[in-house]
Design a protein around this ligand. Structure first.
Ligand code: RUB
Length: 329
């Protein structure tokens, strides 16, 4: 197996071990890994694409669910590929510029989502959020900044307690926040006006993959007729789902749920720890992207707008395979 510079291995390990977490941050870290790989590359221009692709496969295998991770890697690699085809040199510079562009776009997108989403929050609204989403917090922070007196219920988000980070961040800005156990979501839903969540992936049919428990919150909101907003940058939309692929749900270690001691003492107890779940589009009112608010059912349009040309190439390849096999023509 290829060995990579320690700086790249560090990014891989920090994503795997959740020191870098949240789909947006993961995406920016992945772009940064490719930028660093390009900066440190000393070989010839001909081989750089192959090298960056191997770095991308390595970094891309750190966590499976956040689609922002492969999308960020693809953003950089596709630009290097295009430059190579067009004879633009040096490719190293192209990779560095593309990574910077992605990071800048991503940060700006989170800001835009805040500005757009805040328009949907009313003075006096009680909001519920889950886990720790920069995009969801951007909406809440911007609403507060505009003088809307809001209150937030933040779920603690077992087993890793990312809700504690959210509650701390809200409290540090002076926003009234109540931290609740995940199991208390339905109990408090009657007090809530809007649910604002993040996303790790948005599928072509508008289904949202986010921290485990999200679908239960959406279900509970649906029952109580509370609106559910998902704040998601467009690079969290999954192109592969347009072709029938499913988003892989990460399952993490049992020790995160019960601890090593319990596991050792109770070897017959099976513990499962899925990190994400899927919320169907029927339970989502709108997705707030940096390009505007869309109905979840419009997710495939975002994908076609973003990847249309590549889909065209992909379909041409399939069709020519079918022609070769005598199905078409
Ligand atoms: C984080 C999580 C967040 C999304 C969106 O899960 O589910 O809601 O990643 O975050 P984990 P952001 O802690 O397991 O990474 O809006 O910051 O991209």
């Amino acid at each position: 197996m290829r060995t990579f510079p320690p700086e790249i291995v560090k990014i891989y390990e920090e994503i795997r071990d959740m020191k870098i977490r949240g789909a947006g941050r993961i995406a920016r870290a992945a772009a940064m890994a490719l930028k660093m790989a390009a900066e440190m590359y000393t070989g010839d221009d001909e081989r750089i694409l192959e090298y960056l692709s191997s770095v991308a496969s390595y970094v891309g295998s750190s966590r499976p669910t956040a689609v922002s991770l492969p999308n960020a890697l693809h953003y950089v690699l596709s630009r290097v590929k295009l430059a190579k085809r067009r004879g633009v040199r040096p490719l190293k510079e192209v990779a560095i510029r593309a990574a910077d562009q992605f990071i800048e776009y991503s940060l700006r997108a989170v800001e835009m989502i805040g500005k757009i989403g805040a328009g949907r929050i009313k003075d006096g609204d009680v909001i519920m959020t889950h886990c720790n989403s920069t995009a969801a917090l951007s909406v809440i922070f911007e609403a507060w900044q505009r003088g809307k007196r809001i209150k937030v219920y933040a779920t603690e988000t077992r087993p890793k307690f990312q809700g504690h980070i959210t509650a701390k961040a809200l409290a540090s800005k002076g926003i009234p926040v109540i931290l609740i156990p995940d199991s208390a979501v339905r109990y408090f839903m009657k007090d809530v006006d809007k649910v604002v969540l993040g996303a790790d992936a948005v599928a072509a049919n508008g289904a949202v993959v986010n921290k485990i428990g999200t679908s239960l919150i959406a279900l509970s909101a649906h029952e109580a007729r509370v609106r559910v907003f998902v704040a998601a940058e467009t690079y969290k939309f999954s192109p592969a789902t347009l072709f029938g692929e499913l988003v892989k749900i990460e399952e993490r270690g049992a020790e995160e749920v019960v601890g090593e001691k319990y596991l050792a003492k109770n070897p017959k107890v099976v513990v499962r720890n899925p990190a994400f779940d899927v919320t169907p589009p029927e339970y989502i009112d709108a997705i707030i992207t940096e390009r505007g608010i869309i109905a979840p059912q419009a997710a495939s349009l975002v994908l076609i707008e973003e990847y249309g040309r590549e889909f065209g190439d992909y379909l041409t390849n399939i069709t020519s395979d079918m022609e070769d096999e005598g199905y078409v023509g």
